[in-house]
Design a protein around this ligand. Structure first.
Ligand code: CDV
Length: 308
């Protein structure tokens, strides 16, 4: 058995006016709760430190940049890293990254139990649009504020296993999981901010949103025989509701823990990485069963082209 006692630390809403320090204090409270319950690894959501700012249209770059971190850990987050170190816990955390040369990414990092950053992923599938859209009930401007990730889909050896990261919309793309699966991933962590309604389709409400979320995460886990830990930032942010439904999913695709609220909430599970072995050596033994000679279109073509 190779068990990692893993906590998914769902964050409730963060309002525009909330300070980073206040958010980090909430994160530390959850981290301590996870530690008391026996966790050695804790996963936080996408863009954990602020409100989900891509719903707001901004023109001045200085206004945009206030939502970004220039260093990690930085002034407000150093205390979180220190607490994780004190508790001997590894963490994964999403945030908006502003690089020294002025590039903006939607980023997630992974630390070891000594609080050292061992992995970084920059979100590749950016949903939404880049200009103000009058047709939408609310905006989703990730394409305006972020560049597509430039680091590819990586995995890292950590806590005795092989870990990879995705971010939110990536979970809807089987290629993203498969890129990690092809590197032997045993645990995928992913944070998300998913509005409870579709801004372009009024009748798609929270139940459908949760269904598609579970479907995407459970199939990614099953088809790659990996644990998936999906963590929400949930609740109502400045009048905009977002789903909860943080999940821990086993390599059979079964949900073993799920949050019940849209507030700050911990779920925990002892994830045995050896549970990945059966699927990886049988039905999803890629080396024996994949037929890459027929998969060319996946990298040659972006959009669907129907026959004449
Ligand atoms: N933060 C996200 O990537 N949210 C998208 C929404 C826009 C659908 C998601 O896939 O959940």
């Amino acid at each position: 058995m190779r068990e990692i006692v893993t906590a998914a630390l769902q964050m409730g809403s963060i309002q525009k006016a909330d300070s980073r320090a206040a958010v980090v204090a909430r994160m530390i409270a959850l981290l301590e709760q996870a530690h008391e319950a026996g966790a050695t690894f804790a996963v936080f959501p996408e863009l954990t430190l602020t409100t989900f700012f891509p719903r707001w249209y901004m023109e001045a770059q200085s206004e945009v940049d206030q939502w970004f971190e220039r260093e990690m850990p930085g002034r407000d987050t150093a205390v979180l890293f220190q607490r994780a170190r004190d508790l001997n816990m590894a963490i994964s955390l999403g945030y908006a990254e502003l690089t020294p040369d002025g590039q903006h990414f939607n980023t997630s990092i992974l630390t070891n139990r000594q609080g050292e950053i061992v992995g970084k992923y920059r979100k590749i599938h950016l949903p939404g649009h880049s200009e103000f859209d009058t047709e939408r009930a609310f905006q989703h401007l990730e394409k305006r504020y972020f560049l597509p990730g430039d680091l590819g889909f990586g995995v890292w050896r950590n806590l005795g296993g092989i870990m990879g990261m995705l971010i939110c919309n990536d979970r809807r793309w089987p290629e993203a999981y498969r890129m990690l699966g092809l590197q032997g991933v045993e645990m995928v962590t992913l944070g998300f901010n998913t509005p409870s309604v579709n801004s372009q389709q009024g009748d798609e409400g929270p139940q459908d949103r949760l269904f598609h979320h579970r479907l995407s995460c459970q199939s990614g886990a099953y088809q790659n025989s990996t644990w998936v830990v999906a963590v929400a930032k949930a609740g109502v942010e400045d009048d905009h509701p977002m789903i909860g439904g943080s999940l821990i999913i086993d390599p059979n695709g079964k949900i073993v823990a799920e949050t019940q609220t849209e507030a700050d909430e911990m779920i925990i599970h002892a994830c045995d990485l050896d549970a990945c072995n059966f699927g990886k050596s049988t039905i999803f033994d890629f080396k024996r069963h994949r037929r890459i000679e027929h998969y060319g279109l996946i990298t040659e073509r972006t959009g669907a082209v129907p026959p004449e």
